[in-house]
Ligand binder design. Structure first.
Ligand code: FE
Length: 203
């Protein structure tokens, strides 16, 4: 790890501090989504802070690197790294979530239950480009499928969830509406060190 290039983890630390203050003062989902989105927009306005180790794609699987989990599991922050052409299954979250596009692009398609219980695509697919932020939750619409916009390059989005998302019991779905339990875990067994300021670029 000592060979890591310098990175501006101060930006991530400021984001985590601001989110902690936000969840300390509000449990209202609409406020958390609105104010959390503004903070996330600020974080992803620059692409100079994500440590290199947390940008690495896997040849087969999209990666979910934990950047920070609140000590009380009120929120978590994840870098979602898409290899070329990779996609999630249709899935839910069961908690509020924010998706901020950092690098590349992704396509999100919402689903809703249709007649007979099968899932139906809801609305048109949306393409997120760097700087875009969108939200999911059981009240806003919680079932979607997400894929890398690019067939030939890596894309990265930063996700924030209202729980320790890697440990949340949720679901993946088939198009015919079958639901299977799912716990995502995280791709990294290690965390960025937010507290060693010696490797930070000075701000
Ligand atoms: Fe999702």
């Amino acid at each position: 790890m000592s060979t890591s290039p310098q990175s501006n983890t101060a930006a991530l630390r400021r984001f985590v501090s601001a989110l902690t203050a936000l969840v300390n003062r509000s449990q209202d989902e609409a406020s958390l989504v609105r104010e959390g989105s503004a903070l996330l927009r600020e974080l992803i306005a620059r692409d100079d802070w994500l440590p290199e180790e947390l940008t690495k794609p896997h040849p087969q699987y999209y990666q979910q690197y934990l950047l920070h989990a609140d000590a009380q599991e009120r929120f978590s922050v994840v870098s979602f790294v898409w290899g070329p052409g990779q996609a999630t299954p249709i899935h839910d979250h069961t908690v509020w979530g924010l998706i901020g596009m950092l690098r590349g692009g992704e396509v999100a398609q919402d689903y809703r239950p249709g007649p007979g219980g099968a899932l139906m695509a809801h609305g048109a697919p949306r393409t997120l480009k760097p700087g875009d932020v969108e939200a999911v939750s059981p009240t806003l619409g919680d079932v979607h499928r997400v894929s890398n916009f690019y067939p030939d390059r890596v894309s990265i989005s930063i996700h924030v969830y209202g729980a320790n998302i890697g440990a949340v019991h949720r679901h993946v779905y088939t198009e015919d509406g079958q639901r299977k339990p799912f716990v995502s875990g995280y791709s990294n067994a290690w965390l960025p060190n937010l507290w060693d300021r010696s490797k930070e670029l000075t701000q």
